[in-house]
Structures are given as C-alpha cells and as structure tokens.
Design a protein. Sequence first.
Length: 402
Amino acid sequence: MASKASLRGLDGLNFFMANVQTGFGPFVAVYLTTQAWTEVEIGFALSLGTLTTMLSQVPAGALVDATRHKRRAAALALLGIAASAVLLAAWPATLPVLLSEILHGVASCVLTPAIAAISLALVGRQALGERLGRNARFASLGGAVAAGGMGLIGTYLSSAAVFWMTAALTVPSLISLAFIRERDMAAAIAAAQSSSGERSRIWPLLQQRGVFIFAACAMLFTLSNAAMLPLAGSMATRHAGDEANLIIAASIVVPQLVVAAISPWVGRVAELRGRRIVLIIGFAMLPLRGLLLALVDQPAGLVFIQALDGISAAALGVMLPLIASDLTRGTNHFNLCMGIFGLAVGVGGTLSTTMAGLVAVWIGSGAAFALLAVIGLLCTLLAWLAMPETREEIPAGAVAAG
C-alpha cells in the first residue's frame, strides 16, 4: 500500500506538470509573433515539434519500460522541458527555437508514460482506474490555473515571461516528485522488470486485436476532435469581434473544469462497469458536438457546446493508460503500448486541422463540422462494434468480500 506522502506527491506532480506543459500551447505562436517571426517560420517550428513528438512516442515508452528508475526518468524529462522553456525565453533565434521544440517533444514523450508508470507502481492494476481519474482531475485544474496565470503574465509583463514562468514551475514539480517514495514502488517495478520469455516479447503485443482497434479509435478520435475548437474559434472571431478572445478562453477553461469534475467518476465506472461503456459514452460526444457546432452560429453557444469536449477528454484521458495497462497485463510493455496509442493520437491530430481547414475553405465551415461529426460517429461505432472489453473479470466472491 502506497504511503499518503507518495500519493499526495503524485497529486502535486500532476497539477504542476500540467502548469509546465501549458506554457507550450498557443503561447509559443504568440511569443514568436512578437519576435517578428513570420507565419511560415512559426508553422515550421511548431510542425517540427509535432513531428518530434510523434516520432518519440514509441521509443520513449520503451525507454520508460526498460528503466527501473521511473522517478529519475520523470525528473530528467521535467529538466528537459525547463531547458526548452529557457531556450525560448532567452534566445528566440531560429536554431535555439528549433532545438527547444525538439527537446520539448522528446521530454514530453518521456514525462507522460513516466507518470503513468509511477501511478501503476503505486496503486496496482486493480485501483488504477480511479487513480488515473484523480490524475486527470489534478492535471485539468493545473492546466486551467496555468492558462489564466500565463495569460495575465503574457499580457501585463511580456510574452517571454510566460516561458520563464514555465521553467520556474518545474521546481514545485520536482519537489512533488521527491515526495513520491521509491520504496512504495520498488516491489511493483521489480515484478514488471522480471517479466521474461514469450510474455515480454513485443510481437505478441502488436498482434492483439485490442491494441489495433483502440489505436484506430484513438486516431479517429483526434481526427474528429482536434480541429473542432480551432474551426469554431475562427467562426467566433468573425462574429464576436473584440469578445472573441474571452469566448475562446472560456471554451478552453470549461472543458477543463468538466474533466476535473468527472474524471474520478469515469475511473470508478470503468472499474465497476467496464471500459467499453465509458469509451462509447465519451466518443458519442464527438458526433453530437460536431452537429451542434454546424448548426449553432452564436459565439456564446460555443462555450456550452465545448462542455461536451470535457466528457470526451475525460473518457480518453483516463481510458488510454487504463486500456494500455489491461492489454499489457503480465508483461513489461505498458509504456510501449501507451506510446503506440500516443502515436495514433498524434497522427489523427496532425491530419485533423489540415483536413478540416481545406474542407472549410472549399465548401464551408458547416461542411467541415459535418465531416468531423461523421468521423466521430465512425469512432463511436468502432468502439461499440469491434472493441473488446479489456477489464479483468473480478470473481463474485471478491466483489462480495469488498
């Protein structure tokens, strides 16, 4: 049983980790614009970061699987993100910025599976669903707080101050990590590292139907989801004028609050009722949201529609590592499996905005939202008709005893 200090340290790590990662969202484009970068140059830098993240997903997962030192991996990743932020803030020239994007992409791909591995080692597989829900709650709260704070700092101090703040926030992240006790994880990590033979080979993992189907679901999810808010933001800007920034900010914060509110419940339902029902409910929000965005042209309505994004985000955020844990039961490939799913998410997200943008230009925004809704419907149907239930059945006697 993990100590309270370790569990509270994990809460803090998720909260401050989200703070740190928030600095590398839209703030990068704003900052580089103030440094006289062109849109083409900014697009290339951001695309390089996206490509690095995609290519690093699987190797980073395998690396975290291979090491016994999960805390050390998380600490090195946090230091890498801090160095990336300092490079951006102190030296916004071409080569340092590109190096910063590459460093951030690699470090992020190590940090996410390291935190998942620490969570699994602390609570075990049977309690992982609820723990992942708690992780998502603290991460969402951290992201919401950081977005507001960095927005104010960027507005009233300077755009560079956002990245100095990002680097500074790695300090409480590292302090939280230090509260997680190595001895609370040692037995679980040793057991995972001792996996050998057929069960520890990679090929059997890749042959599992559940891995292939869920990777396809994750790709379709982000192919449908990633472009919805940017496309809606463009419409809001045309209709709302000076109020557009306020509407977009609210559209980002509201889903975060929904994720924070429902993520622990999502984890509990997944443990009690199974993974598929949670996936289907979460994925079903995609076609509904796309349809509503196609029909509603009032900017204020965007905020309410975006609440549905919180339901989808909570479902995918909790289920992705939980299903990876299910599918790698008895092996040491948990983080490798997460890397495969992360790659699928990256591919979908990369294609989504380009595809939706082209459709919006050629046919119209309504058609683009309709296409995204259809893709979301396909994702839901795939989960419903093809995704196997991965939850391990709990003996009736064990349930009664609990």
